[in-house]
Design a protein around this ligand. Structure first.
Ligand code: ATP
Length: 237
């Protein structure tokens, strides 16, 4: 198993955000995590990235416990998170934003060049705008920049927190095509946290439903997508 989160509990002050949460992601999988606002999805991502510390439970990556390691060590091991809201540096150029993605890795100049080339090949619009400031990009282009910055760290596992947020439907389709490509062509495993549950379940193999800080359902995405209770709660059907 690539990633195993085993029974983690997280509380902010004394208020519980995650209770006994376990999820897994295998090599090459896209796994989706769906849930309402405040269900704990971002907290789960932050726990994996070492940004919040679970009080109980263990997180394994390639069979090694990584719970509580600092964020840069986790990136070094091959996990990257593309955060909710993208967190682009608006005043920096596209190229400099991409370079930030490689900061936790000690790549040689040759490796850096190869990573830039891979990202610019995947996102030609970023190559075209490499010298422009990131703040001038459209929302969709900024999401591509966030994905590209994640790819610059040469991850094995990418976690995407709400990549469709605030984007027009046609742009969401484009972003989801890139997510499929990152998985298919680059062989990167993906954990996809989404409010847009239908689209997330459509491109993932398995899914988990997070409800009030606990996993309430899990299974094959095509079973979840056809489940009447999930349809009415999360798919608006
Ligand atoms: P959203 O989709 O709105 O981002 P989410 O599913 O990602 O929601 P979290 O952001 O993980 O949910 O929040 C889970 C719970 O923890 C919520 O009740 C939230 O208010 C609380 N919480 C999150 N961050 C903090 C924090 N820094 N301090 C205190 N409470 C927090």
């Amino acid at each position: 198993m690539l990633l195993s989160v085993n029974g983690i509990c997280v509380a902010y002050d004394k208020i519980s955000a995650l209770t006994d949460v376990s999820i897994e992601c295998d090599q090459g999988e896209i796994v989706s995590i769906i849930g309402a606002n405040g269900a704990g999805k971002s907290t789960l991502m932050k726990s994996i990235m070492g940004r919040v510390k679970p009080s109980h439970g263990t997180i394994f990556f390639h069979g090694e416990a990584i719970t509580g390691l600092p964020g840069h060590k986790i990136v070094e091991k091959g996990i990257v998170c593309v955060p909710e809201g993208r967190e682009i540096f608006n005043g920096l150029s596209v190229q400099d934003n991409l370079e930030v993605g490689a900061i936790s890795r000690s790549f040689s100049p040759k490796e850096m060049k190869a990573h830039f080339e891979m990202v610019y090949d995947m996102f030609p619009i970023l190559a075209e705008k490499r010298g422009q400031i990131a703040g001038a990009l459209s929302g969709g282009q900024q999401q591509m920049l966030a994905l590209g910055r994640g790819l610059m760290s040469d991850p094995t596992l990418m976690m995407l927190d709400e990549p469709s947020l605030g984007l027009a439907p046609i742009v969401v389709d484009e972003v989801f095509d890139f997510i499929k490509k990152i998985n298919n062509e680059n062989g990167i495993s993906v954990i996809l946290v989404e409010q847009n549950a239908y689209m997330a379940l459509e491109i993932s193999r398995r899914g988990y439903v997070l409800e009030n800080g606990s996993i309430s359902r899990e299974g094959a995405s095509n079973a979840l997508i056809n489940d009447p209770t999930i349809k009415s709660a999360y798919l608006g059907k």
